[in-house]
Design a protein around this ligand. Structure first.
Ligand SMILES: O=C(O)CCC(=O)C1=CC=C[C@@H](O)[C@@H]1C(=O)O
Ligand SMILES: [Mg+2]
Length: 368
């Protein structure tokens, strides 16, 4: 394939409810959508997941656009590519900026799947026809509100619930959730809100039979996570700390975690995500697919990736209607009894809805 044209659109999507974490609140999602056309006219789609502000990782929507326009597109445009695995290698001279890299690489994978007449899931080596999914619940204004929400999600069949915590809103919250839902597969995510000084609080979490504690300590740390893991029974899951297979290798070697959350954007694309999956499978480390409040294209990529065998824990890919009044793909992503059916048709298995995309677009630029 040879990429000849790339259209970047900046979309703004209203969210049904704001999503609050220890570091901030997302009221509406802004994202970049990439429409990538190869010389034969095949179109692949990619979604850039960086938020507007750099509080989850250092990337933002604006840095994504800048890195795409000034560095990544000049590398990719008009070059012959046989397999999408080549893209991450082509991008190695550009440091980090993983979400920018992943957005364009995902579109190349989509084109490759279409041209080799297979589903994206199959192209990635996935074999599951159904994937189990859980739900991520942001910080709520009251414990009662959280319990009511969880009750609803359990009723919908979601396979596990992830609750966001931060200092001061942790033990009391989790003990109430556990008391109300004694058998619920439950985990917490701290988004780096704690330090080793909080070890007493983190150790108290051991009492609640949690599947894991996600990213309790700093994003750039694996040393303190290793110290913490030695003093916890509950496995630590790393999210923000993992940007590459190398990060995973070091974290596993140090004993910094027992579980890895793979986000395609955070690790620079599907090829690196797959490598991390394969490595963890070999090391017997369970993985699951994280979410970035994606619109339909990102959701479709997450579903394809989750079809790989070692995604043994339910991921954060909720149904489209959980976040969006109307998603940008058809059909929308549907969760039935906690499962999503992995599309078996060619490509991502969902069709972008151009009228909805145009309606949500606040700016766009075409590159040739
Ligand atoms: O996309 C989803 O449904 C999961 C959302 C989610 O939990 C997160 C999205 C983005 C940043 C974080 O707040 C958080 C996470 O850390 O996993
Ligand atoms: Mg997380």
């Amino acid at each position: 394939m040879r990429i000849e044209e790339i259209t970047i659109r900046h979309l703004k999507m209203a969210m049904k409810a704001p999503f609050k974490t220890s570091f901030g609140t997302v009221h509406e999602k802004e994202l970049l959508l990439l429409e990538v056309k190869d010389v034969t006219g095949t179109i692949g789609w990619g979604e850039a997941v960086a938020f507007v502000a750099p509080w989850y990782t250092e990337e933002t929507l604006k840095t994504t656009w800048h890195i795409l326009e000034d560095f990544l597109m000049p590398i990719l445009l008009h070059k012959d590519i046989v397999h999408p695995d080549e893209v991450s290698a082509m991008f190695t001279p550009i440091r980090r900026n993983c979400m920018a890299k992943a957005s364009i690489e995902g579109a190349v994978w989509d084109i490759y799947a279409q041209q080799s007449k297979q589903s994206l899931a199959h192209a990635l080596g996935g074999s599951k026809e159904m994937i189990e999914v859980g739900i991520s619940v942001g910080i709520q204004s009251s414990i009662q509100k959280l319990l009511d929400l969880i009750k609803g999600y359990v009723g919908m069949g979601y396979k596990r619930v992830k609750v966001k915590i931060k200092p001061g809103q942790d033990i009391e919250v989790i003990s109430a959730v556990r008391a109300t839902f004694p058998d619920l597969p439950l985990m917490v995510d701290a988004n780096s809100a704690y330090t080793l000084h909080d070890i007493d609080v983190l150790q108290q979490l051991d009492a609640y039979n949690l599947l894991m504690i996600e990213q309790p300590l700093a994003a750039d740390d694996i040393v303190d996570h290793a110290k913490l893991q030695k003093q916890l029974k509950t496995p630590i899951c790393l999210d923000e700390s993992i940007t590459s297979l190398e990060d995973v290798r070091k974290a596993v070697e140090l004993g910094s975690c027992g579980v890895i959350n793979i986000k395609i954007g955070r690790v620079g694309g599907l090829t690196e995500a797959k490598r991390i999956h394969d490595f963890c499978k070999e090391k017997d480390i369970p993985v699951w697919c994280g979410g970035m409040l994606e619109a339909g294209i990102g959701r479709a990529h997450n579903i394809a990736l989750t079809s790989l065998a070692n995604f043994v824990l339910p991921g954060d890919t909720a149904g489209s209607s959980h976040y969006w009044y109307e998603d940008i793909i058809t059909p929308e992503v549907v969760v039935e009894d906690g499962y999503i059916r992995v599309p078996q048709s060619i490509g991502i298995g969902y069709t972008p809805k151009m009228d909805v995309i145009e309606k949500l677009t606040i700016s766009k630029k075409v590159y040739r």
